[in-house]
Design a protein around this ligand. Structure first.
Ligand code: HEC
Length: 110
């Protein structure tokens, strides 16, 4: 066996150990944007905690309507959130991560 493969074999357990360790570190990364908290703060007063439109969201689909969910693409939802639509105010202070978290949360309303 060459010296090189000996070294490679000696390092193998180390590499195996680093794998799950690295994964655990990634999982402990700073929490992602909290879509639920953002929704309660910025959307629920019009769209309802469950996604059922209140009078202030007149003209909007119920966000928990499975038909609406099916026919509406993520980027359409992201666009309405960012730029608003008619009576819906725009959210130009939200980061792309926050908008993505909101879209993901809206997807859970069904
Ligand atoms: C001041 C009330 C108000 C707030 C706050 C608000 N919306 Fe809206 N939203 C509306 C109205 C009104 C419409 C309908 C716009 C139209 O089509 O005329 C709408 C439309 C939408 C639509 C499109 C629905 C459809 O019929 O296709 C989505 C998605 C949406 N809002 C998500 C959100 C999210 C997520 C938030 C929080 C970041 C939010 N809205 C905050 C009033 C609001």
């Amino acid at each position: 066996m060459s010296e090189r493969s000996r070294v490679a074999i000696a390092l193998l357990p180390l590499m195996l150990l680093a794998g799950p360790g690295a994964a655990a570190l990634l999982a402990a990364d700073p929490p992602k944007e909290d879509g639920k908290a953002l929704y309660s703060k910025k959307c629920a007063m019009c769209h309802g905690a469950e996604g059922v439109a209140k009078p202030t969201a007149k003209g909007s689909a119920n966000l928990n309507d499975p038909e609406w969910q099916k026919k509406t693409a993520d980027d359409v939802i992201a666009d309405v959130i960012a730029h608003g639509k008619n009576k819906m105010p725009k959210n130009d202070k939200l980061t792309p991560e926050q908008i993505a978290a909101l879209v993901a949360y809206v997807r859970t309303l069904k």
